[in-house]
Design a protein around this ligand. Sequence first.
Ligand code: FA5
Length: 347
Amino acid sequence: MSEKSPLVIELETLQQQAQTELAALKSESELQSWKTRYLGRSATVMQIFKRLPEAAPEQRAAIGQFANQVKNTLEAGFNQMMETVRQAQLQQSLKSEQLDVTLPGRVPARGRLHIQTQVLREVCHIFNEMGFQVFRTDEVESDEYNFELLNIPAHHPSRDMWDTFYTTKEGVILRTHTSPGQVRSMRAFNPDPIRVVLPGMCYRYEQMDASHEIQFNQIEVLVVGKDITFANMKGTLVEFAKRMYGKDVRTRIRPGYFPFTEPSAEMDVECFVCGSKGCPVCKGSGWLEILGCGMVHPIVLQNGGYDPEIYSGFAAGMGVERISMLRYHVDDIRRFWENDIRFLEQF
Ligand code: FA5
C-alpha cells in the first residue's frame, strides 16, 4: 500500500480502543456488551466490508484482509478475557463457599407406585386369594371384541352406553371397558373352566365430573364353568367388598342392563362422603356404583367357544378409581390423573 487508506487508519484506531477497554473488564456481562459493541453485526469492523467501495480499487483486497485480521484478533482477545474472568469468579466462589462435611446428607426423593397401581394390585391380590388368575389384554381394541362379540352389533342403541374414542383406522378403538377380555380369555382357555381377573386402563369420551373421568382403570371378573349360578356371583362380589372395605360394609345389588349378560345387575357401596344421606358425589342417592355384573349371555359364551347348554358363567366389571375414592375418601375422581404431587404423595 503506497499511502495508508483512511479505512485502515479507522480500523487501527478501533482495534487499539477495543483492546484497551477489553483489558479493563471484570465481569461476564461487561464482556458480553463489549462483544456486541465491537464484534456485533453493526460494529465498525463488520461494516468495513460494505464500505470497501470507498477505497481505491487496488487497495480493497488488502483492506478486506486487514479487517479480517482485526476481527480475529478481537475475537481471540475476547475469548481469552472471558476465560480469565470465569476462572477469577470460580476462585472467588470456592473461597466464599465453605463445605461443611459434618452436615447430614440430603435424602434423595424416592419414587413410588401410583395410587391406582397400588389399588389395582390389591384388588388382583384379593381375587388371587379367592382362586382367580390375572389375564391381560390390550388397551387398543377392535370394534369386534369391544362390541360385536359382546352381543352389541353396529348401530345397536346400547352402544350409546359407551362413549367411544375411535381411531383413524377403521374398526380400531380405545377399549371402553375391560369386557373384550371376556371373549379373548374364553378363546385362550377353551375348553377349560375359567376363573380370571382382567385389569387395565379404559377410555371414554365422557363429560368429566366428580365421578367420571375419560381414562380410568377397570377390573373385569370372569368365571365360566358347569353349574355356575347367580348366587355364586353374588357371594363372590360381596366377599370381595368385605375383604376390600371391611366386613361391616353395606352393599346392594340392583337390576341393571348390559347386552352381554342376562340377567344383569349393578352393585353399589354406601357413600362414604355423606354416610348414605345423599351428596354430589353419590348424586343424592346415598350409594356409589362400583361395578356392573351379570350371568354371561349365551351368545357371548358361544362366541368364546363354550356351549351354553353345558356351560354357564358370571362376569363383573368394576371401576378401580371409584374403589379408591371410597377407600381413601377422595371426593373428586379427577385428582388421580392431575399429577399433583401433593395429592399423590399422600398414598
Ligand atoms: C361396564 O363397563 C361393563 N363392561 C361392566 C360389566 C362387566 C357388566 C361384566 C357386566 C359384566 P359400566 O359402564 O357401568 O359397565 O362401568 C363399570 C364400572 O366402571 C362402573 O361401575 C364404574 O365404577 C366404572 N366407570 C364407568 N365409567 C367411568 C368413568 N367415566 N370414570 C370412572 N369410572 C367409570
